[in-house]
Design a protein around this ligand. Structure first.
Ligand SMILES: [Zn+2]
Length: 100
């Protein structure tokens, strides 16, 4: 587990996602339950910050702080067109993205 800190903006997005849905949702979360929207928001944050969103636990430091399992960052290399990539799968010769 690793300690993470989200920004105030990220917290706002999260809080907005998990509040009860308005009766008529015009633009957001239509058809999704509150739980689904919460999971979705956490998943997106996990992708941004690099953690497994289902492993999140409070760490007692406050709203913006939590601990979670780190997600290995997947490097795809640099796309050079037609679905071809330069560098990575954990390239041994200077991947242009991760440098491995
Ligand atoms: Zn790479």
């Amino acid at each position: 587990m690793k300690d993470f800190e989200m920004t105030q903006v990220q917290l706002d997005v999260l809080m907005d996602a998990i509040k009860p849905a308005p009766l008529i949702a015009l633009n957001s979360g239509l058809g999704m339950s509150q739980q689904q929207r919460a999971n979705f928001a956490w998943e997106r944050l996990g992708n941004e910050l690099g953690f497994e969103h289902m492993t999140v636990q409070p760490n007692g430091k406050g709203n913006r702080f939590f601990k979670a399992k780190e997600k290995p960052v997947e490097c795809k290399g640099l796309e050079i067109g037609d679905g071809n990539f330069s560098g990575c799968d954990q390239s041994q010769g200077d991947c242009p993205i991760c440098g491995k």
